[in-house]
Design a protein around this ligand. Structure first.
Ligand SMILES: [Mg+2]
Length: 190
């Protein structure tokens, strides 16, 4: 059954294990043992106090980050099967620095070849990137993102929070639906 005409999906910590890859780089740089599942603050300073000004975004743009970066379990398989079974296309929407977006587009091309459209919002901010995807018309679609701000401002028909870590300062105020793994997405199409 085709309940939604399009699937809109965030990249970092929705499609990929970005916080884990970030922590791996940080741990190597500072000889630490940070567990990414304990990070609850948007700037990661609760677990990574050594971070220098601008370093968080630098790590998200570095070679090692993309080399370590894993796709979340079943993310590819679920989206691929919805595309081939119901003909519902996926659009990836992500915000990053110019360097991050450049590497991200290569990563998406090689890991998600069935995705025909990606919207990358590049910003030259050095610290906190603006979280706003509301100018993208998601009418009639389902939108999955790990950041509540992105969901709250969207006009998608259905909005679902992807929860990688519970009770963080970027998801604790979301009162709508949550999924914790990609296989849960099937319930919206059955
Ligand atoms: Mg994200």
């Amino acid at each position: 059954m085709k309940k939604f005409k399009e699937i809109f999906v965030d990249f970092d910590d929705t499609l990929t294990e970005s916080l884990k890859s970030f922590s791996d780089v940080y741990n190597t740089r500072y000889t630490k043992d940070v567990d990414w599942k304990k990070i609850k603050a948007w700037d990661c300073r609760d677990q990574c106090p050594e971070l220098l000004e601008g370093e968080l975004l630098d790590i998200f743009s570095c070679e090692q980050f993309f080399k370590n970066l894993r796709v979340k379990p079943f993310a590819k398989e679920v989206l691929e099967s919805l595309f081939y079974t119901y003909n519902i296309p996926t659009t990836i929407i992500s915000i990053g620095t110019y360097e991050n977006c450049a590497k991200k587009s290569k990563y998406i091309k090689s890991h998600f070849p069935f995705v025909s459209k990606t919207i990358l919002i590049a910003s030259n901010k050095k610290n906190k990137l603006p979280m706003d995807k509301s100018f993208i018309n998601m009418q009639g679609g389902i939108f999955i993102d790990d950041v509540e701000k992105n969901l709250m401002s969207s006009n998608a028909k259905k909005k679902v929070l992807f929860e990688s870590v519970a009770n963080t300062d970027w998801n604790e105020n979301w009162r709508g639906d949550r999924i914790k793994n990609w296989e849960e997405l099937y319930k919206y199409f059955s």
